[in-house]
Design a protein around this ligand. Structure first.
Ligand SMILES: Nc1ncnc2c1ncn2[C@@H]1O[C@H](COP(=O)(O)OP(=O)(O)OP(=O)(O)O)[C@@H](O)[C@H]1O
Ligand SMILES: [Mg+2]
Length: 505
């Protein structure tokens, strides 16, 4: 224990440092303590779980992704819990602490998404997730249903139900965690959301659920820096992206991002490296060093003749994704419009039937000024031709006059085509653009990560529906990679400046 703690009182075995106290004081239903490595996050979570252990029927649980990772947390609990409650006992087989009152704290894992059903029918008053970005949204949100108060007819004490989490940026769940906790508000600001829940009779009730993000910096953990002053130095030696994520708690840069070259605005650094002196506005107008551009009105001028394509990835419980593309006379792709079936929560589908989806798609193609009257060729996920369970999705589409050819589903070559499209030439021109307003593409493509097991592939457990449909589109018009132009240089036998100097003398 640190000096700071011992100074307070000899009997205090753990006292929160100021940032930990800020996290532990929050009254929101969900709170995430996140940011830099070593901010004291796991300690805060372990101690928070103890808050209601004097209530006999209290049950808390703390998750980490795998049991191997849990062992670190369990080791730390052995120190902290047995110091605070000498009569508490740890049951190794059940991964459970039992406190003198009868209260229990469990340690749980969810190595695979299906493991979440192990918790079916169980209920916990306190649910904690350590390293939240290692979990998917499905895993985390499933536990909302398990967060119910325990009742004991013999005890008048009531438990309070809430969820707490701690994390560094950068795991497979980085995207949804950032969307849910970091983007909506500044750290420390309450985020409120109205949600609909059903009571036991099935009646819908609207309730306000709130959450908050507390930003941890490594500098907030004085105990750790006193104990291990070298720690900062070792973080500083990490590669840049990892360092920014782990040392500075930066959510915008992290290891494993798949499309690092995608630019939503002109990249001035890259432009300057290539000798461009124009301003960002000028570059945007010239459509250089950026992929996202202002829409071009396809119903006027020469772009009226550009051919239009449609790409589609089916989804029901997960979002479906449909996009329309224009191809100019040089073969450059423009993602011009999209229809993304997302229910508002990342990676949750709107649950439209295929009929509903194609009715809407057909309506857009009939009425949108850029599309109406055009012959539109479609490309889609090859699995939509599967008719083994009745009418295939492709058959349904054809009833609405929407036709597709099957996309080529070779993943790695497909992703390479996406990369080639994004490459900038020496003047900053890529071979595909995205119109502002194609928000599903702009939101989800930066969130794509490498698969932890299959090198070079994209992690399929993420919100990859736009990426898939984009890949089918790119594979339908394959291109060659761009080779950077070699710089031509003139070599002089003698340095001309020396010759000039000689002549002057
Ligand atoms: N309030 C505290 N009092 C004393 N020591 C503390 C306190 N908070 C944290 N520590 C110590 O600092 C070390 C790092 O804390 P902790 O493991 O909680 O950080 P973390 O943010 O979870 O780190 P990581 O990002 O590596 O998971 C721990 O070993 C713990 O002993
Ligand atoms: Mg930790």
């Amino acid at each position: 224990m640190s000096n700071a703690v011992e100074e307070t009182s000899r009997n205090v075995i753990w006292a929160p440092q100021p940032k930990q106290a800020e996290f532990m004081r929050r009254t929101e239903y969900e709170a995430l303590y996140g940011g830099a490595a070593g901010g004291g996050k796991s300690d805060a979570l372990l101690i928070e779980a103890l808050r209601q252990v004097d209530i006999p029927h209290y049950r808390g649980i703390i998750f980490r992704k795998t049991y191997e990772q849990l062992s670190e947390l369990i080791d730390r609990s052995q120190t902290l819990y047995s110091l605070a409650f000498p009569k508490a006992r740890y049951n190794e087989g059940k991964h459970m602490w039992k406190f003198p009152s009868g209260a229990k704290i469990f340690f749980g894992n969810m190595q695979h998404s299906k493991d979440r059903t192990n918790y079916q029918g169980k209920r916990y008053d306190f649910i904690g997730f350590d390293e939240l970005t290692h979990f998917t949204w499905e895993e985390y949100s499933y536990m909302f249903s398990r967060n119910r108060p325990s009742k004991n007819p013999r005890s008048r004490k009531r438990t309070v139900c809430y969820m707490r989490a701690a994390t560094n940026p950068g795991g497979i769940g980085h995207g949804w965690v950032k969307e849910r906790f970091i983007k909506p508000a500044d750290p420390g600001t309450r985020i409120s959301e109205e949600v609909t829940v059903r009571d036991p009779e099935g009646k819908e009730i609207k309730i306000i659920r709130d959450r908050v993000f507390i930003q941890a910096k490594v500098f907030d953990n004085k105990a750790l820096l006193d104990e291990d002053p070298e720690y900062l130095g070792s973080l500083a030696l990490l590669p840049e992206k990892e360092r920014k994520a782990l040392l500075e708690g930066d959510w915008d840069s992290y290891e494993g991002q798949y499309f690092t070259e995608f630019r939503t605005a002109p990249d001035l650094n890259e432009a300057r490296d290539h000798g461009c002196t124009e301003s960002a506005e000028q570059l945007l107008q010239e459509r250089r060093w950026t992929h996202v551009i202002d829409p071009i009105d396809l119903s006027h001028g020469e772009s009226r003749g550009w051919r239009i394509y449609r790409s589609y990835d089916f989804g029901y419980g997960k979002p479906f994704s449909c996009a329309w593309w224009a191809v100019d006379y040089d073969g450059v792709l423009y993602r011009v419009l999209e229809l993304y079936g997302c229910a508002g929560t990342p990676n949750e589908g709107v649950k439209w039937t295929p009929d509903q989806q194609f009715e809407k798609i057909a309506e857009i193609e009939r009425t949108h000024p850029w599309l109406k009257g055009k012959r539109i060729e479609g490309v889609a996920d090859p699995s939509i031709w599967d008719g083994s369970r009745g009418e295939s999705v492709a058959d349904t589409a054809s009833k609405y006059g929407i036709y597709f050819s099957p996309g080529v589903n070779e993943r790695i070559p497909g992703w390479m085509q996406c990369h080639y499209r994004l490459q900038f030439d020496n003047n900053g021109y890529p071979r595909m653009y995205v119109f502002k307003g194609c928000n599903a593409f702009i939101r989800t493509i930066p969130l794509m990560m490498y698969d932890p097991v299959k090198p070079e592939d994209l992690n399929t457990s993420l919100e990859d529906h736009v990426a898939d449909e984009w890949r089918y589109m790119c594979m339908s018009r394959p291109i060659k990679p761009m080779r950077p132009e070699e710089k031509k240089e003139v070599r002089f036998v003698n340095d001309p400046l020396d010759l000039l100097k000689e002549r002057r003398h």
